[in-house]
Write a protein that binds this ligand. Structure first.
Ligand SMILES: *[C@@H]1O[C@H](CO)[C@@H](O)[C@H](O)[C@H]1NC(C)=O
Ligand SMILES: *[C@@H]1O[C@H](CO)[C@@H](O)[C@H](O)[C@H]1NC(C)=O
Ligand SMILES: *[C@@H]1O[C@H](CO)[C@@H](O)[C@H](O)[C@H]1NC(C)=O
Ligand SMILES: *[C@@H]1O[C@H](CO)[C@@H](O)[C@H](O)[C@H]1NC(C)=O
Ligand SMILES: *[C@@H]1O[C@H](CO)[C@@H](O)[C@H](O)[C@H]1NC(C)=O
Ligand SMILES: *[C@@H]1O[C@H](CO)[C@@H](O)[C@H](O)[C@H]1NC(C)=O
Length: 557
């Protein structure tokens, strides 16, 4: 009986496949066959897209808190015209602040539902590309503090259209990796159970998938560039330092990367979070708490996660989830790896926004005195630092709001008397210091270019905010200078307008010099026409940032 039913089902599927294949030929939808499934995408505006392509098995049931597994074969033709689910997101809210421009913070919004079943990739390519095209490939790593974010928030269509206009066609891939506890669980039990840094394993798995399959989509697996922002860019740094000899890509573009403070997987900070999840889900008395968490109802676990500090909280950039030092895949902090020269020698394009810390300081409104600032720093900026260490940095940041972030805005945007100072310290500690330290190493060993984003100083309190450069890079702003630089870099490992090109591009009148040890130049994106597309030396707040680097080095983070 069962046997007969299976035979019948098989016959039915074959009819289905045949019918769909015939339909394809008629409607011109693109189809790509991989070893485990065949996907039918969509074609519109000169761009073909394959959305919601599974690159691993759904990490559900017994696969929760486990490393990704190869996708199961799927017979027939799978429609790939809709984004796959985003990974389970942690909730957060922005504080209510009069005159804060909320729409400027909502440019990239998910178009998908969230679920544990979420390991999907999206591929965009120019229409007419075939498996013989061998185009350069770019893989986007989304940001979101390892807490939120997904691929569907980033439509690759404009990047593809622009690449065709420039005569530099590329394949664009983005994907979901697990976020918050699902991807970054830590604590000694997670470490022992092999559940640490699962997000990094998802990312490596996807990069392997690209290597194996991108040629079927028309890409060249030997010409892959990794591109990411914030936690996505920090994840790319993880690839650079853990694959110093054979990195899974040929070049990297990183916005707002270079992290921050890294702690051991079984550190007190992470153990407290793990213990909270265990307690909230009623797993405290289980003999194997990780197994108990694995079996917990999704809704309960999600509630538990939602009661930990979210992406934006009074803890600021002392975020709840992230890459931890597990002693296996990640053996030390990224700063230590880089200082020791342990990193891949690939060309790098990396930049920063001017006001990295403002967004993450909006919940710091109870910090109103110098003493409050120092207490906050001891608890959330330099965990475990002495008072002297905290003071050595705090005293380098003036209480005068005109000196704080958003920089260059005089006394405007002083949400509290200490807001701009806290924003400056947080931005420099988590982002600027790490980039400056890394670039001073990388510039000696490979080609690197850097930028500083100083546009949108009109945005009250947030200024040139974290993530604010992305509309320029994704072609939303409409001048395409940023997009063109990205596309040139993907094609030629150099952001400059290519010699011999005749394509109209604003970039053709801009010279973007390499960042070298002798001349640490960053290209400026600015509202101020006099300095727009000129360069500045990477020496801003030199004393303060080197004081930060000294404390970070002493703390070993
Ligand atoms: C293909 O894209 C077009 C344009 O966005 C849309 O109207 C159409 O519904 C899509 N087709 C499918 C099958 O999703
Ligand atoms: C998130 O959800 C939790 C639990 O449902 C709730 O207690 C909390 O207030 C929410 N937090 C935010 C930032 O929305
Ligand atoms: C807020 O930002 C959006 C997006 O950048 C912009 O279009 C809008 O004009 C801004 N609103 C105000 C009141 O400045
Ligand atoms: C989200 O889920 C709802 C309810 O199941 C469904 O109607 C909707 O189409 C889904 N949206 C997307 C973008 O998949
Ligand atoms: C900003 O305010 C401080 C006092 O909080 C004052 O000393 C300083 O002169 C002001 N600066 C500007 C540019 O107005
Ligand atoms: C614009 O930039 C130039 C060059 O850096 C500088 O001298 C000038 O003061 C700036 N103007 C404003 C209004 O900030």
């Amino acid at each position: 009986m069962l046997f007969n039913a299976l035979v019948l089902l098989g016959a039915f599927l074959q009819v289905g496949v045949h019918a769909a294949a015939v339909a394809n030929k008629r409607d011109g939808s693109p189809v790509v066959s991989l070893s485990y499934a065949t996907f039918q995408g969509n074609s519109t505006g000169g761009v073909e897209s394959f959305l919601g392509v599974p690159y691993a098995q759904p990490p559900v049931g017994n696969l929760r808190f486990r490393r990704p597994q190869p996708p199961l074969p799927s017979p027939g033709i799978t429609l790939a015209t809709k984004y796959g689910n985003a990974c389970s997101q942690q909730n957060y809210t922005l504080p209510y602040i009069p005159n804060l421009n909320y729409s400027a913070l909502a440019t990239f919004v998910s178009k998908a539902n969230a679920s544990e079943d979420c390991l999907y990739a999206n591929v965009f390519r120019p229409a007419g590309v075939t498996a013989k095209s061998k185009l350069p490939v770019v893989v986007w790593f989304f940001g979101g503090a390892f807490t939120i974010g997904d691929g569907s928030s980033y439509d690759g269509s404009t990047v593809i259209q622009r690449s065709v206009q420039l005569g530099e066609p590329v394949i664009y891939v983005n994907f979901n990796y697990r976020v918050n506890a699902f991807g970054w669980l830590a604590g000694k039990e997670a470490l022992a159970g092999g559940a640490a840094n699962l997000g990094l394993y998802d990312q490596s798995f996807l990069l392997d998938w690209v290597k194996t399959y991108v040629s079927q989509f028309g890409g060249d697996p030997n010409k892959v560039t990794a591109w990411g922002q914030s936690s996505g860019a920090i994840s790319i740094t993880a690839q650079l330092v853990t694959n110093p000899v054979n990195p899974p890509f040929k070049a990297a573009i990183m916005h707002s990367s270079y992290s921050s403070m890294m702690y051991k997987t079984d550190s007190q900070k992470y153990q407290a979070i793990y213990d909270h999840l265990v307690q909230y889900t009623g797993c405290s008395s289980a003999s194997d708490t990780l197994e108990c968490l694995r079996a917990a109802p999704y809704a309960t676990l999600k509630d538990a996660i939602n009661t930990t500090p979210s992406f934006l909280s009074p803890n600021g950039l002392d975020i709840t989830w992230g890459v931890s030092i597990d002693g296996q895949l990640v053996q030390k902090s990224f700063k230590q790896y880089i200082n020791e020269g342990c990193y891949a020698r690939v060309p790098i394009l990396g930049g920063q926004v001017d006001d990295e810390g403002t967004l993450f300081s909006l919940y710091s409104q109870s910090i109103i005195t110098d003493a409050n600032v120092k207490t906050f720093m001891g608890a959330h900026v330099f965990l475990g630092a002495s008072e002297t260490q905290v003071d050595s940095v705090a005293d380098k940041y003036s209480q005068d709001p005109a000196a704080g972030s958003p920089f260059g805005t005089g006394n405007l945007s002083a949400l509290t008397p200490e807001f701009k100072r806290v924003a400056a310290i947080q931005g420099d500690n988590t982002f600027q210091s790490g980039r400056r330290a890394a670039f001073s190493k990388w510039a000696a060993t490979q080609n690197v270019w850097s930028f500083l984003w100083k546009r949108r100083k009109d945005l009250l309190y947030i200024g040139s905010v974290h993530g604010g450069e992305l509309p320029e890079m994704y072609g939303v702003t409409g001048d395409y200078l940023g997009t063109d630089a990205i596309l040139n870099f993907i094609n030629h490992q150099d952001p400059n307008y290519p010699k011999g090109s005749t394509a109209p591009s604003l970039l053709s009148s801009v010279t973007w010099p390499k960042y070298t040890l002798d001349s640490k130049k960053m290209l400026l994106f600015s509202d101020n026409a006099t300095e727009e597309y000129t360069t500045i030396p990477d020496t801003y707040r030199a004393d303060a940032i080197s004081a930060i680097i000294d404390v970070q080095t002493a703390l070993g983070v």
